[in-house]
Design a protein around this ligand. Structure first.
Ligand code: ADP
Length: 497
């Protein structure tokens, strides 16, 4: 009798590594999570030890296999999803990194980026070729920093003695016993060195940043072979057949395979991506254009627009930890429902400036419209509504850039559990909002990519069918009231600008 096989997602996040066991029904059967150390050498600097990333990830994998009594026979394949942009450079002969991983959040190269890409010509070139806006966030300047600051690194890189990778590449290289030095298109598209139209490392950009091409990994499609496991302590011969950066993995895990389909993750901040098909749409509102993970049968490259909201769940945390008017995040749901409306209160959570589409880094937050009758329930409701208004603005900008309206919004992330927030979001957007039962969409996406490649799942139709039990939210609010509320929000935004 054939026993059930599983796909394992290695979910390599910013604060922890997880191994997630997924079955053919697309359910998470088990999961092992291992946190690892965050290193802050100076204000604004963030590093990880690449060995910590590796051992937390391998530890979670071997613990998962051991506790379920699984062998190589039971595992169809491995998919990897990872924190994006984080940069590692290592020596392939010793397997030792030459420096800690410089994490996506790290701001140490902000001045360097300004120096190298500050001119309007450089900005335009980068935006045209990579779809990104020059920023220290992406890998390019982090690689440059390592080559400039680690003694001997530049010479060794130029002699072909070092390798660069984002976290996926590092894990694949180690797991395959040093046989495969490759990344996938989604991770490549976040380095600021990849030409998203021509699908190659861009010579002009490598020159601009002074990075020798020999250290760059080979770029592969997200669903396809990345070798097989060959590392002491890990069962040998498990195929690695899916790789994607976390946000693109989530988009795939949400079954957004077609233009107009979008997902938003309501976490500490929000990450929203909208699939735009084979067309790389350039943004006029400070969104970035990025490559999505595609199913193996899709020809060519597909793209998405991506935007983020800096402060989302963080606003709820602030109400809880700083103002102390909320006991725990989930309470905001009943608090919001206990009042008819916010009584005219708006919160603009521009703690660190206003992001896309406003892009006012100097703006600061405000609570407006308070009266003697304002209660903490009104404030809690205004906070949840603020999350939804920010996503409304972002999705309007995206729809404009994409040239077609938002068809459906798929949601995930911690705050998507809040049904008041989801209903209010659907009221604002006027399109269908879908919350899957399994909101572990990032791991699911990595598993889907891996399992499509091996034939574990037959195709995207089968994946879509796994999602039958969604919660669906549709507009219930009268459109005139929506207009009135949104006008009030934009007035509040105008006032903080
Ligand atoms: P991240 O992955 O960014 O750390 P999560 O996806 O785990 O975040 O989501 C946690 C965030 O969501 C926190 O900021 C928390 O305040 C918020 N949050 C969690 N549950 C709820 C809820 N039921 N209602 C509103 N906000 C919530």
């Amino acid at each position: 009798m054939a026993t059930e096989k599983y796909v394992i997602a290695l979910d390599q996040g910013t604060t922890s590594s997880r191994a997630v066991l997924i079955n053919r029904a697309g359910r998470m059967v088990d999961c092992v999570q291992r946190p690892f150390q965050q290193i802050f050498p100076k204000p604004g600097w963030v590093e990880h030890n690449p060995q910590d990333i590796l051992y937390s990830q391998l530890g979670s994998l071997t613990e998962l296999l051991a506790r379920r009594g699984l062998t190589v026979e039971d595992i169809d394949s491995i998919g990897i999803d990872n924190q994006r942009e984080t940069t590692i450079v290592w020596d392939p002969t010793t397997g030792q990194p030459v420096y800690n991983a410089i994490v996506w959040q790290c701001r140490r190269t902000a001045d360097l980026v300004e120096q190298l890409c500050g001119t309007p010509e450089a900005r335009r070139m980068i935006q045209e070729k990579t779809g990104l806006l020059p920023d220290a966030y992406f890998s390019a300047s982090k690689i440059r920093w390592i080559l400039d600051n680690v003694p001997g690194a530049r010479e060794r890189a130029e002699a072909g003695e070092l390798l660069f990778g984002t976290v996926d590449t590092w894990l694949v290289w180690v797991l395959t016993g040093g046989l495969v030095h490759a990344t996938d298109v989604t991770n490549a598209s976040r380095t600021m060195l990849y030409n998203i139209h021509e699908d190659c490392w861009d010579k002009d950009l490598l020159n601009l940043f002074g990075i020798p091409e020999s250290i760059m990994p080979e770029v592969r499609r997200s669903s396809g072979s990345f070798g097989e496991t060959s590392y002491p302590g890990v069962p040998a011969g498990i195929p690695i057949t899916g790789v994607a950066g976390d946000q693109q993995a989530a988009l795939f895990g949400q079954c957004c395979f077609e233009p107009g389909q979008a997902k938003n993750t309501y976490g500490t901040g929000c990450f929203m991506l909208m699939h735009t098909g084979h067309e790389a749409r350039a943004s006029k509102s400070n969104l970035v254009t990025t490559i999505v993970a595609s199913a193996p049968n899709v020809e060519g490259t597909e793209y998405a627009l991506e935007g983020s909201v800096f402060v989302a769940g963080a606003l709820i945390q602030w109400l809880r930890d700083e103002l102390g008017i909320v006991q725990n995040a989930a309470d905001t749901e009943w608090m919001a429902k206990s009042v008819e409306d916010t009584g005219g209160v708006y919160i603009v959570p521009a703690f660190t400036g206003l992001g896309a589409p406003w892009w006012k880094p100097d703006a600061r937050g405000a609570i407006l419209g308070i009266t003697r009758g304002t209660t903490r329930n009104h404030i809690a409701r205004a906070a949840l509504e603020a999350l939804a208004y920010q996503i409304l603005d972002l999705s309007d900008a995206m729809a404009k850039d994409a040239g077609h309206p938002l068809g459906v919004l798929n949601v995930d992330g911690g705050a998507s559990a809040n049904s008041f927030l989801m209903q209010f979001q659907a009221d604002l957007l006027g399109c269908e909002l879908r919350r899957p039962q399994n909101t572990e969409t990032t791991s699911l996406g990595a598993a889907f990519l891996a399992g499509l490649s091996t034939g574990y799942w037959s195709g995207t139709d089968e994946l879509r069918a796994l999602r039958e039990t969604d919660d669906v939210f549709r507009r219930q609010m009268d459109p005139e009231r929506v207009d009135r509320l949104v006008t009030g929000w934009h007035e509040a935004v105008r006032r903080v600008m």
